[in-house]
Design a protein around this ligand. Structure first.
Ligand SMILES: [Ca+2]
Ligand SMILES: [Ca+2]
Length: 172
């Protein structure tokens, strides 16, 4: 999402989700360092029930977080951690992407919403529509552990590297 529309959506998400993100930041920064470490974020999400409190879920979250911190060039003030402003920007951008894919706005991404979005992105290494659908189904099998065909923002984020690397081979 590097277009003008992308910028607009990111700004909107910062306004919409900024207050709750700042609130979360204060709660999860338990050592009150003014920075959110990957560990503080995963503990907070596990406590809230957004990720499972299991070694696998936490290590997946940590791997994804570390990947995007580096890739998107975060942690400028303190390597590997987010300042409050960086935290808001990072997660608001993710909300902007998520909301864009979540066309019906129910707070979940469904298999068809995910397919539709990927088709609209005109993926470079062309998969046929059917191949794409089976890849997305495979992705959902990994992510959607309660098998209701819908995934939340956190579930989406935890497995986003898989989606990017295995299905589309590019950055969303
Ligand atoms: Ca901290
Ligand atoms: Ca939806």
């Amino acid at each position: 999402m590097s277009t003008l529309e992308g910028n607009r959506l990111r700004n909107e998400a910062r306004i919409k989700y900024g207050p709750q993100l700042r609130n979360s930041f204060k709660k999860l920064d338990v050592d009150q360092s003014g920075f959110a470490s990957v560990d503080e974020m995963s503990k907070f999400l596990a406590k809230k029930g957004f990720i499972k409190n299991s070694d696998d879920s936490i290590s997946d979250f940590n791997a994804s977080m570390t990947r995007y911190l580096n890739k998107l060039n975060y942690g400028k003030e303190k390597p590997g951690e987010l300042s409050e402003d960086e935290f808001v920007k990072f997660w608001a951008d993710l909300y902007a992407l998520f909301d864009k894919i979540d066309k019906n706005g129910d707070g979940f991404i469904s298999i068809s919403e995910c397919c539709q979005y990927l088709l609209e992105r005109k993926i470079k290494h062309q998969l046929t529509k059917n191949d794409l659908l089976s890849e997305v189904k495979r992705f959902f099998n990994k992510v959607d552990t309660d098998r209701n065909g819908k995934i939340t923002l956190t579930e989406f984020f935890v497995k986003l590297p898989d989606l990017e690397l295995q299905i589309i081979n590019k950055t969303l």
